[in-house]
Design a protein around this ligand. Structure first.
Ligand SMILES: *Cc1c(COP(=O)(O)O)cnc(C)c1O
Length: 414
């Protein structure tokens, strides 16, 4: 179980500690639900990417969790930002990341977003025919063209992005036309981009996408005399949310992709990688306080003080999590419990079957691998303010996002 937790996770005196801080102290100081990030794990992941592709520009898929402190931590490791909205761009800018290390995505960028991307000097990834002229008019200079290589990623259909009917990018013919048009409009077409999906647990489809991308590049060179300076391979590497998932390591995933480009394209190109989940997913743990415990039929429910408002992945993607009773972490499980959220939906179940010692009101439940696409996808459903977030390291916990209040929710009312 501890292998799903961040690098710094330990069980000491029967209690889970993260970054050398006992979780009971975190809960007492910051309340629950609380999202806890381990700085050491994020740094280790960033370094794994640098080790696997030393010459590549690594940009963090900000949507996994947009947070200024985490963006700064990553920037300290040389990691830039992949953003797809004005809001995410502002998070990257607030973290002091400059335009040269920002890649701007989005399947429906607004004129305002294109202007902001131009002003920031970001590399803009063209995603629709309309955008070619809009980007040129907005003063964008450097662009990539997003290729949809017709590859079915083996993942949940909501997070597959490169199959033939994807809403993202251009099929090869349309990509060629967009590239030619962009050059006519005076844009510096620096290269191409491909991203086949998220929570990828194998490498094969990604390698296939690279092969198709290389075929596209060869055709562009032969037909139009254009060659790329940049090849952006996107993100997508999965993490373990439960012990049945076995994703490749960063090196196992990135190595074959880098080799495929280096062997298939002899001219020098700048590689870009855009990991999101694999940088921050395992680093995050969510702490909940157990409240009501009750048996209904053959099921014993333990209800927590959060749920689909801080982590809707079970509802969106059928995600399966495991959990640890963090204040009695050395007690063996005595049964299977259903972890219910506090929201008014029968579907608000965080974990269908968690193996735990019998939960009691007041226990602390720790859910690992909740650092990516959890709070980022959260809401204030049922008028529940969003939780606080802390970053732990060497016995210190730093608040990196404070808890919302009900007063703040009321502020939007007129
Ligand atoms: C979401 C996204 C990423 C990051 O994906 P992960 O699965 O979190 O690594 C990278 N690039 C693009 C274009 C994306 O849409």
């Amino acid at each position: 179980m501890l292998e799903l937790f961040p690098e710094s996770a330990r069980i000491e005196g029967g209690e889970l500690a993260l970054g050398e801080v006992p979780v009971s102290r975190l809960a007492a100081e910051h309340g629950t639900p609380l999202v806890v990030y381990c700085a050491e794990t994020i740094r280790a992941q960033a370094r794994a990417y640098r080790g696997a592709a030393p010459d590549a520009l690594v940009v963090y898929g900000t949507k996994a969790f947009a947070n200024v402190a985490l963006l700064r931590l990553l920037a300290g490791e040389g990691v830039g930002a992949d953003v797809s909205t004005l809001g995410e761009l502002e998070f990257a800018r607030a973290a002091g990341i400059d335009g040269e290390r920002i890649v701007f995505h989005g399947n429906n960028k607004s004129i305002e977003e294109l202007h902001a991307a131009a002003e920031a000097g970001a590399l803009v990834v063209l995603d629709a025919p309309w955008e070619v002229d809009a980007a040129a008019d907005a003063g964008v200079r450097r662009v990539l063209v997003r290729l949809t290589p017709g590859v079915e990623a083996a993942t949940h259909r909501s997070i597959a992005t490169a199959h033939d009917e994807s809403k993202f990018g251009f099929a090869p013919k349309a990509a060629a036309a967009a590239l030619v048009r962009a050059r006519d409009r005076g844009l510096d077409v620096a290269g191409v981009h491909v991203h086949i999906g998220s929570q990828l647990l194998r490498t094969d489809e990604s390698v296939l996408a690279v092969e198709r991308l290389l075929a596209f590049l060869a055709e562009m060179r032969d037909r139009h005399g254009w060659t790329p300076q940049v090849v952006d391979l996107g993100g997508g590497l999965g993490i373990r949310h439960n012990r049945d998932e076995h994703p490749p390591s960063v090196a196992e995933f990135v190595g074959p992709l880098v080799r495929a480009v280096r062997e298939g394209w002899r001219e020098p190109v700048q590689l870009v990688l855009e990991p999101g989940r694999s940088l921050v997913g395992r680093a995050g743990v969510t702490l909940y306080r157990v409240g009501a415990v009750k048996g209904n039929g053959s099921v014993v429910y333990a209800a927590i003080d959060g749920g689909m408002s801080d982590n809707p992945r079970p509802q969106l993607y059928g995600a399966r999590y495991e959990a640890l009773l963090a204040n009695r972490a050395d007690e063996p499980p005595d049964g299977v419990y259903r972890i219910a959220g506090k929201h008014c939906e029968s579907g608000d179940v965080l974990i269908e079957a968690a193996e735990l010692p019998h939960p009691r009101p007041g226990d602390l439940l720790a859910v690992p691998a909740t650092g990516a696409y959890t709070l980022a996808l959260g809401s204030t459903y049922n008028g529940v303010p969003r939780p606080a977030v802390v970053l732990v390291e060497d016995g210190e916990a730093r608040l990196i996002r404070r808890r919302e209040t009900v007063e703040e929710l009321l502020r939007f009312e007129t």
